[in-house]
Write a protein that binds this ligand. Structure first.
Ligand SMILES: NC(=O)c1ccc[n+]([C@@H]2O[C@H](COP(=O)([O-])OP(=O)(O)OC[C@H]3O[C@@H](n4cnc5c(N)ncnc54)[C@H](OP(=O)(O)O)[C@@H]3O)[C@@H](O)[C@H]2O)c1
Length: 278
């Protein structure tokens, strides 16, 4: 049966590619974006009756419920939610202001939360649904300059892992997707944000912008291929809880998880020594 997708941040990158892949699979898509002209433009080649656009700035809590209501009004249900909208804020933690971090978290974490909160009652009523939350490789391991970005992605991972237990009895499954580097507009000079201040001590290590902007346009991951996989994952009866996307991500995650297990084993007896006796 044709599914109904609700995708956030379809103006470019993984969001646009996911909307396109779902349509190509014969599904219907509610494509949302904070800038509807940009969203429509990104998907003009696949316009038709199976695609509707709805205004949604995910950082703005009051927009989430009306956007979901508009989607249900058009297609009657929501089978797959893709929480994709996000941006990067890069810089040494001490150089990032609280306001910069709060803004990032408003989109990259609270955005996920607002849209899940609006969609879950629809899926609970249906007794079915799939939620795909786009996290990051930086949602599993920490990287230099990624303190704020990682904090938001780790938070989205924690929310997903916990809520998954609560909603599984209603036939709702939550998948967290952890991409490595994908060729999108994420690191484009207009989209990526960098710390507004600089601390002399850190300058010897080089500037965050110089380090990260160089990756733009050279990322190995293909968003169209990832989106085809998301279509497959959405159709699985038992999808993975976490899906690491891309060989660059695997090359980092595998040794990081193995090192963690090794450390856990090395400190096992110390850990057990904290047990109290009754
Ligand atoms: N590309 C990668 O290497 C990579 C790696 C790991 C994780 N990710 C994650 O993948 C997701 C998609 O990013 P992308 O790589 O496809 O980058 P992208 O091409 O820059 O797309 C991001 C999309 O999110 C939208 N967006 C940003 N803030 C928003 C808000 N407050 N409300 C609604 N939409 C908003 C942007 O809309 P505007 O056009 O209006 O700015 C844009 O359409 C993000 O969550 C990102 O963190 C990407």
């Amino acid at each position: 049966m044709s599914k109904v997708w609700f995708v956030t941040g379809v103006g470019s990158g993984i969001g646009a590619a996911t909307a396109r892949a779902a349509l190509q699979a014969g599904d219907r898509v509610v494509a949302t974006g904070r800038n509807l002209d940009k969203a429509r433009n990104a998907l003009r080649d696949v316009a038709g009756e199976s695609l509707v656009f709805v205004q949604l700035d995910v950082a703005n809590e009051v927009q989430a419920k009306p956007a979901v209501e508009a989607a249900v009004k058009v297609f009657g249900r929501i089978d797959v939610l893709v929480n994709n909208a996000g941006y990067s804020l890069l810089g040494n933690f001490e150089e990032l202001s609280t306001v910069e971090i709060e803004r990032l978290i408003a989109t990259n974490f609270y955005g996920v939360m607002h849209v899940m909160r609006a969609v879950l009652p629809v899926m609970r009523k249906q007794r079915s649904g799939r939620i795909i939350n786009v996290s990051s490789l930086a949602g599993i391991v920490g990287f230099k300059h990624c303190g704020a970005y990682s904090a938001a992605k780790f938070a989205a991972e924690g929310l997903s892992a916990s809520v998954a237990h609560e909603v599984e009895p209603f036939g709702i499954k939550i998948v967290v997707v952890e991409p490595g580097f994908f060729r999108t507009d994420l690191l484009d000079a207009h989209n990526a944000r960098y710390a507004g201040s600089a601390i002399e001590d850190y300058t010897g290590e080089g500037k965050a912008e110089a380090m990260w902007s160089g990756h733009h346009g050279k990322q190995q991951g293909d968003p169209a291929k990832l989106s085809d996989i998301l279509v497959k994952i959405a159709a699985m009866e038992n999808p993975p809880r976490q899906f690491v996307a891309g060989s660059d991500a695997l090359a980092v995650v595998k040794p990081a998880l193995e090192a963690r297990l090794e450390e856990l084993r090395a400190y096992e007896s110390l850990s057990k020594s904290t047990d109290g006796s009754f």
